[in-house]
Design a protein around this ligand. Structure first.
Ligand SMILES: Nc1ncnc2c1ncn2[C@@H]1O[C@H](COP(=O)(O)OP(=O)(O)OP(=O)(O)O)[C@@H](O)[C@H]1O
Length: 661
C-alpha cells in the first residue's frame, strides 16, 4: 500500500468508540481502579501498554519542552497546606456548581446538565426538521445510552422555535463561563430538571473540588491534595531565580499527579479524579513579552477560535499563522503565541490529528479575573471538543498573593543601564510609640504596615488625609486598629533608582496527560477495510508502547537460536521489543500487535538461519522489506528516533513479497 492508500484505508471504516474501547480493554491499556471491589468513578489504572505509551509521551514532552527550552524542572509535594491554597484562591474559588435532586439523592454538575439537556433538545429539533445525523453518530449515541447507568430521557424529535435554537446555541457557546446563579436562572427559564424524572432540582451550590486531609497525627494541620502542580513552582520562585543566576525570562516545569474531586467523572480518562499533569510556568517581564525564538515558529498555521467568533455563536475557526495571530492582537503577546505553537508541534509529534485540533480562546467571563489571555488546545473526540492543554497568561497574580501573604519578596531585580527617577508611596512609622501601645503584637502591626502594596498605601494615605487616622485589621489580632498621624505618615517620594524591581508575569501551558492520551487513542485508531474486526492503533513509532514484534516463523530450534541472537541486538540497542513465539498463525500475531500499535514486525524464517537476513514489516501499510539484522535495526532506529520516513529508511533494503495477510 502506498502512503495515499494507507490514508484512504484509515478513513474507509467509520470510527466506532465501542470497538476502540474493546481494544483498549482487551489489551489492558487502562482499566477502572479497584475493579474487583466494584471500582470507584474517576479512578483508573494503566496496564503495560498504557504505561509504556504514557512514559513515551512524557519523554517526548520532557525533551520538547524541558530540554529544548532549557527549563528548570522541579518535583514538589502533592500534599499542600491549607494556607498555600487559601492564598492562591483555591480554597474559596476552586469549585464547580452542583445541584441535588432531593427526592432521588442524585447529584448533577450544573453546567454539564444544562449543556446535555440543551444539546439533546437541539438534536431532537434536528430530527424533527428531518436533518438526519450520520449513521456513525446514531450508532455512537445508541452505544452510549446502553452503557450509561443513569438513563437520560430519550431524545424527542420536537421542533423548536428558530429563536430558541439561536438562544440555545448561544448558551452552549458560552457554557464554561456561567456563575452558579446564572446556571440556576437558565435551569428555571428553560425548565431543566432531573433528565430522567423531569423533577426540579435544588439551585446550584458551589462544591470545592479539592480533596481535604489532615497532615500529621494531631489533625491540626489542615491540607489538601494539590489540584495543580503550579503552586509548588511559584513557591520555589526565589530559589529558581537564583539557580538561573537571576536572569529572566526563564521557565520552570513539573510533571506529577493532581487531584480533583470531580462532581460527576465521566467519559473515561477525560474527566477523572486523579491525573497526571505536566505544567510549565514561564516567568517573563510584564513590559516585554516578546520571545527570542518567536521567528522559529511564526509561520506555523493553526486553527483559532477567538472570543469574538464564539460570541457570535459560531464554531468556524480562523486559520492563520501564529505571526498573524499575534500581530493582529488576537493572541495577546509573542510569548503566549510561541507556546501555543510549541504545544501544537508537541501534539503533532505524539500522534494528534492536526484536523482535530483547534485553539479556543477563553471568553472574558470564563477566565480567572487576573488572567490577561487564555487559550485552550482542544482535541476533537467522539465526546466532542475536549480541552487538553490550557495556555494562560496568569499575569503577576500568583507571585503577588504569595508575596503579600508571606511577606517574602518574589521579584526580579534588574540593574538599570541609566538610573531613573521613580515616584512611590512610602510609609514611615514612629516605632517608639508602637511598643507601649501594642506590646508583644507590635512587630506584627509594624510588619503589616510595612508590607502594604503601592495601591494600599495610596488608599491609606487618602484615608489619613481625610480623617486624620487609618483603620485596619491584622490577622491574629482581635480588634480593629486605629492609628493617627503621630504613629504613621504616608507620602509620595521621588528617588533615583539604579535597580528596577518587578514581579514577573507568568505564562502557563498546562497539559492533562490522560486527556491527551485518550484523544490520541481515538485519533490513531482505525479498522482494516478488508476486515473491520482487524483494528490498528497507528501510534507514531516514537511513542508506540513497543517498537518491534519479533516473530520466529516456527518453533524450530534453528529459528529460536536466531531469535535469541536478534533479541540480544535489540536489547543492546535499547529498542523496546517483544518476542511472539506462540504457535498461532503469523497473520494473527501481526493483528494482535497492530492492536497494540507496534509499528514494526521482524520475522525470522529458514532463510534467516542460513544467511542472517530477516524481514521487516510496517504496521499500517503491511509492506515488507528484507535485509541483514544490522540493516533492519538501523532502519528501525532511524524511523523511530530520527524522524526518517519508511520509504527513506528502507530504501537500501530489498522489497519482500508475501501473500496478503
Ligand atoms: N478531571 C480531569 N481529568 C483529567 N484531566 C483534567 C481534569 N481536569 C483538568 N484536566 C487537565 O488539566 C489541564 C489543566 O487544567 P485546568 O484547570 O485548566 O482545567 P479545567 O479548565 O478546570 O478543565 P475542565 O473545565 O474541563 O474541568 C486541562 O487542560 C486538562 O487537560
Amino acid at each position: 500500500m502506498s502512503v495515499e492508500e494507507v490514508a484512504q484505508a484509515k478513513n474507509a471504516v467509520e470510527f466506532s468508540r465501542e470497538n476502540l474501547e474493546s481494544v483498549l480493554k482487551r489489551r489492558f491499556f487502562f482499566a477502572p481502579s479497584f475493579e474487583l471491589y466494584g471500582g470507584v468513578s474517576g479512578l483508573y489504572d494503566y496496564g503495560p501498554p498504557g504505561c509504556a505509551f504514557q512514559a513515551n509521551v512524557i519523554d517526548v514532552w520532557r525533551k520538547h519542552f524541558i530540554l529544548e527550552e532549557d527549563m528548570l524542572e522541579v518535583d514538589c509535594s502533592m500534599l499542600t497546606p491549607y494556607e498555600v491554597l487559601k492564598t492562591s484562591g483555591h480554597v474559596d474559588k476552586f469549585s464547580d456548581w452542583m445541584c441535588r435532586d432531593l427526592k432521588t439523592g442524585e447529584i448533577f454538575r450544573a453546567d454539564h446538565l444544562v449543556e446535555e439537556v440543551l444539546e439533546s433538545r437541539l438534536k431532537g429539533d434536528q430530527e424533527a426538521r428531518g436533518l438526519t445525523k450520520d449513521a456513525n453518530a446514531n450508532a455512537q449515541e445508541d452505544a452510549d445510552k446502553k452503557k450509561r447507568k443513569k438513563k437520560v430521557k430519550e431524545i424527542k424529535a420536537v421542533k423548536l422555535d428558530d429563536n430558541v435554537v439561536k438562544e440555545y446555541e448561544e448558551i452552549l457557546a458560552k457554557i464554561d463561563g456561567y456563575s452558579g446563579q446564572e446556571l440556576g436562572e437558565l435551569m428555571i427559564k428553560y425548565n431543566i430538571g432531573n433528565p430522567v424524572t423531569g423533577e426540579a432540582l435544588e439551585p446550584p451550590m458551589a462544591f470545592n473540588l479539592m480533596f481535604e486531609t489532615a497532615i500529621g497525627p494531631s489533625g491540626q494541620l489542615k491540607g489538601y491534595l494539590r489540584p495543580e502542580t503550579a503552586q509548588g513552582q511559584f513557591l520555589n520562585f526565589n530559589k529558581l531565580l537564583e539557580f538561573n543566576n537571576h536572569k529572566t525570562p526563564f521557565a520552570s516545569a513539573s510533571i506529577g499527579k493532581s487531584f480533583r474531586n470531580e462532581i460527576s467523572p465521566r467519559s473515561g480518562l477525560l474527566r477523572v479524579r486523579e491525573f497526571l499533569m505536566a505544567e510549565i510556568e514561564h516567568f517573563v517581564d510584564p513590559l516585554n513579552k516578546t520571545h527570542p525564538r518567536f521567528d522559529e515558529v511564526k509561520n506555523i498555521k493553526l486553527r483559532f477560535l477567538p472570543r469574538e467568533v464564539q460570541q457570535s455563536g459560531s464554531t468556524e475557526p480562523i486559520e492563520t499563522t501564529i505571526e498573524d495571530a499575534v500581530a493582529t492582537k488576537m493572541v495577546d503577546n509573542q510569548t503566549l503565541g510561541y507556546f501555543i505553537a510549541r504545544i501544537y508541534s508537541f501534539l503533532m509529534a505524539i500522534g494528534v490529528d492536526s484536523n482535530k485540533l483547534r485553539f479556543r480562546q477563553h471568553m472574558a467571563n470564563e477566565m480567572a479575573h487576573y488572567a490577561a489571555d487564555c487559550w485552550d488546545a482542544e482535541l476533537k473526540t467522539s465526546y466532542g471538543w475536549i480541552e487538553c492543554v490550557g495556555c494562560a497568561d496568569r499575569s503577576a497574580y500568583d507571585l503577588t498573593v504569595h508575596a503579600n501573604k508571606t511577606k517574602e519578596k518574589l521579584v526580579v531585580r534588574q540593574k538599570l543601564e541609566e538610573p531613573v527617577q521613580v515616584t512611590k508611596w512610602e510609609i514611615e512609622l514612629t516605632k517608639k510609640l508602637f511598643g507601649p501601645k501594642f506590646r508583644k503584637d507590635a512587630p506584627k502591626v509594624e510588619s503589616f504596615l510595612l508590607n502594604l502594596s503601592q495601591e494600599e498605601l495610596e488608599a491609606k494615605a487618602k484615608e489619613l488625609k481625610a480623617g486624620g487616622k487609618i483603620v485596619f485589621e491584622v490577622e491574629g489580632m482581635d480588634s480593629q486598629i486605629e492609628l493617627d498621624d503621630k504613629f504613621v505618615s504616608i507620602e509620595q517620594v521621588t528617588r533615583t533608582e539604579h535597580v528596577r524591581e518587578f514581579v514577573p508575569n507568568v505564562i502557563e501551558p498546562s497539559f492533562g496527560i490522560g486527556r491527551i492520551i485518550y484523544s490520541v487513542f481515538e485519533h490513531v485508531f482505525w479498522s482494516r477495510p478488508e476486515d473491520s474486526a482487524r483494528a490498528v492503533l497507528s501510534f507514531p513509532p516514537l511513542v508506540a508502547p513497543t517498537k518491534v514484534l519479533l516473530v520466529p516463523l516456527s518453533n524450530h530450534p534453528d529459528l529460536s537460536s536466531v531469535a535469541h541472537q536478534v533479541s540480544k541486538v535489540f536489547r543492546k540497542e535499547k529498542i523496546p521489543f517483544k518476542v511472539d513465539d506462540s504457535g498461532v498463525s503469523i497473520g494473527k500475531r501481526y493483528s494482535r500487535n497492530d492492536e497494540l500499535g507496534t509499528p514494526f514486525g521482524v520475522t525470522i524464517d529458514f532463510e534467516s538461519a542460513k544467511d542472517g537476513t530477516v524481514t521487516l514489516r510496517e504496521r499500517d501499510s503491511t509492506k515488507q522489506v528484507r535485509g541483514t539484522v544490522e540493516e533492519v535495526v538501523k532502519a528501525i532506529r532511524d524511523i523511530t528516533y530520527n524522524g526518517v520516513t519508511w520509504e527513506e529508511g528502507t530504501k537500501s533494503l530489498k522489497p519482500f513479497e508475501t501473500q496478503s495477510e
